[in-house]
Design a protein around this ligand. Structure first.
Ligand code: HEC
Ligand code: HEC
Length: 483
């Protein structure tokens, strides 16, 4: 079993990227933290078991995570994940006939541009030399021949067909540098939303590790797409501290940062899922109750050993495939919410229909957003229970999956965090705001959603029938008038 697991890991990990530790932002903590769920596991579940008496070592949650994602100074590229790590893949095209290898015949998937002044970094992905890194001093595209640097000798049994990657990970490495400089003081080195500036901000910076993003063009079950992440970088999030990075980051930079945010997010989700596999039986709490029930600590340890050796490999495979497929799906056309009719003309009649739907029993936007859209509906004053601890929150109002107070938006202000184009609002209503209490209304006909969009966009300027307070009346006056 164990042998099988190790082989499995070997095929999953493409390459460890040797990311240099230089650059700004390094004064911040440059290590990834583990989540509370991981820290709540019993020690052996966190750290595994070292090799002993002929039995092989068993990786615990922390090593399983580190093997796949590395740390900020040396990120791991895990080929299973849909992340553009950067680099050009290729294959060894002739098995070298010497035991000490000074040159290789290679075939790459893309054209390699070679600059005399800069050595290329070649890394083996598969075969006996997997994870070995060598420098290429000369590259002849015509002959497909690479000359290795004098300082490097390669003695592994390289054979034709071995997969290599050239300058692997440059995109992610670039993304990491930009992220540390521009994002980490808010979003944290690990993407936990806990950078040094974070505690002063309302709303708080996103904790990526849940894998949930609020403002997406994708359906209510899908992840955020790359396009959505680009839009967030371009527009920022109006009405929050999330800035726009347009003049600062060019297209290429944005691409690199987006890939790095995806990397941190997938790392967080992977960690969360591994901890969830182990928690039921191997958290500190579970251990305490097993001891109370009369089991010995050795019993629990033996059971954990068995679990890590027998069950973990399958779980890992399942978790990785699930991650890979959900992130891949998010970038497909099918995941994007596309209205089946174009926007209904924004007439008084459409707004009226929209308002009816807004107030109607079945839809009841007003339950949260209030009759006048001020965000003060009955739901905004209830006391909610924390779904995990089942304890009431200290403050009244709605909370999001990150446990932050997250009240219904005041729609009279006309500030839309997920974008103000009609189609953005359409998608917001269709998918809801993921991670918040704003639900998906995908059951509605698209025509109905457009009427609601027309109404919502009219709210800041609305004149209540029979109570016309005037277009520029203070918001309070509007509220009183419409209640
Ligand atoms: C000054 C603090 C700050 C900085 C700097 C910052 N952010 Fe944010 N970011 C936020 C806040 C606050 C939110 C949450 C807004 C909300 O919940 O409505 C956020 C949200 C996000 C989201 C979530 C979008 C969604 O739909 O859920 C992404 C992605 C994001 N930021 C990426 C970045 C990246 C990448 C950088 C650096 C290039 C960055 N942020 C820099 C404060 C910041
Ligand atoms: C159960 C409560 C609830 C209901 C019902 C609800 N919302 Fe929301 N809505 C919220 C919350 C909470 C937010 C703030 C989410 C955030 O930005 O974190 C929100 C945000 C919004 C936004 C702002 C989107 C943006 O991009 O900033 C709009 C627009 C909106 N809701 C419209 C509606 C409409 C229209 C309906 C009915 C079809 C509705 N909501 C029903 C809770 C609700």
């Amino acid at each position: 079993m164990l042998v099988q697991m190790n082989r499995h890991i070997a095929t999953l990990i493409a390459a460890a990227l040797l990311v240099s530790a230089a650059g700004c932002g390094e004064s911040l903590n440059s290590y990834f933290v583990y989540s509370d769920q991981t820290e709540a596991l019993m020690q052996e579940a966190q750290n595994g078991f070292p090799a002993k008496d002929g039995s092989k070592a068993l990786a615990g949650a922390k090593q399983l995570l580190d093997d796949r994602f590395g740390d900020p100074q040396s990120l791991n590229a895990w080929s299973m994940l849909p992340i553009d790590f950067g680099g050009i893949t290729g294959r060894v095209s002739e098995t070298p006939d010497t035991s000490v290898i000074k040159g290789l015949t290679l075939q790459f998937d893309e054209e390699v541009s070679f600059d005399e002044d800069e050595a290329l970094i070649l890394q083996f992905v598969t075969g006996a030399a997997a994870r070995t890194v060598v420098k290429v001093d000369k590259w002849s595209a015509e002959e497909g021949k690479a000359t290795l640097s004098d300082s490097d000798t390669l003695e592994a049994a390289v054979v034709a067909g071995d997969v290599v990657v050239l300058n692997g990970g440059i995109v992610l490495q670039h993304g990491r540098g930009l992220y540390m400089r521009h994002c980490s003081h808010c979003h944290g080195t690990s993407g936990d939303g806990n950078g040094p500036t974070a505690e002063y901000l309302v709303p708080r910076p996103r904790d990526y590790r849940q894998g949930v993003f609020k403002f997406t063009s994708t359906n209510d079950r899908a992840k955020i797409s790359r396009d959505d992440l680009h839009r967030v970088l371009q527009n920022g999030i109006p009405g929050t501290y999330m800035p726009s990075f347009v003049p600062m980051l060019n297209e290429q930079d944005q691409h690199a940062v987006v890939e790095y945010v995806r990397f941190l997010t997938m790392r967080g989700e992977f960690e969360k899922k591994i901890a969830a596999e182990l928690s039921p039986d191997f958290s500190k709490d579970a251990l305490a109750s097993q001891l109370e029930a009369g089991d010995s600590k050795d019993d629990v340890r033996d059971y954990l050993r068995e679990f890590l050796a027998e069950d973990m490999p399958d779980s890992l495979e399942f978790v990785s495939e699930d991650l890979a497929s959900s992130w891949t799906t998010a970038d497909t056309d099918e995941a994007v919410i596309t209205p089946d009719i174009s926007r209904v003309p924004d007439t008084p009649e459409s707004r009226r229909l929209g308002r009816e739907l807004y107030l109607s029993k079945g839809i009841n936007c007003a339950d949260c957003h209030g009759i006048a859209g001020k965000g003060d509906g009955p739901q905004s004053t209830i006391f909610e229970k924390n779904p995990v601890t089942q304890e009431l929150y200290d403050s009244p109002g709605l909370h999001d999956v990150w446990d932050n107070l997250n009240q219904p938006r005041d729609l009279t202000r006309g500030i839309y965090r997920g974008g103000r184009r009609p189609v953005d609002l359409f998608r917001r209503i269709h998918a809801g705001v993921k991670g918040s209490r704003m639900p998906s209304f995908k059951i509605l006909k698209h025509e109905q959603i457009w009427h609601i969009v027309n109404y919502v966009l009219s709210i800041p300027f609305e004149i209540e029938p029979g109570h016309a307070p005037g277009v520029n009346a203070p918001a309070e006056a509007t509220t009183t008038a419409s209640l």
